[in-house]
Design a binder for this molecule. Sequence first.
Ligand SMILES: [Zn+2]
Length: 166
Amino acid sequence: MALFPIRTFGDPVLRTAAQPIDEISSAIERLVDDMFETMYEAPGVGLAAPQIGISKSIFVADIGEGPFAMINPEIVELSGEWEWEEGCLSVPERFWPITRPAFARARGLDLSGEAVEYSGDELLGRVLQHEIDHLNGMLLLERLSRRVKKQALRELRQEALGMPIT
Ligand SMILES: [Zn+2]
């Protein structure tokens, strides 16, 4: 297994839609092992492949109920509303209250290539939405209100340039 550096805001791979996986090879199995190791080390509750620079449609997650991986996942159902202080390993040490649907159901493949579904409220629902956003090339910044997003981008860009935040 290997630890990967986590790509952060500004890296174009995070803004690129991930490619679907058409064969679950041993390389994909190794990738999943590495993603779990990187996620637990971070630590985080979810990690999408683009976050380690690999533009493939796969994420891993563990919200404390056991690890799982989804290949080529898509959201098939959303309902309700829930506000949560959401963060992202690719935008380190920042959290914003973000309202999203409380419940999410996602459909994809497991590591054997079998169809699999995960669904849940609150934290699980949030992780499914957040990770699948990553696979669509979207960061949580896109889920902020216009005003908050503008301010956040300004701070992140200044930080990237090593300038003081005013
Ligand atoms: Zn994230």
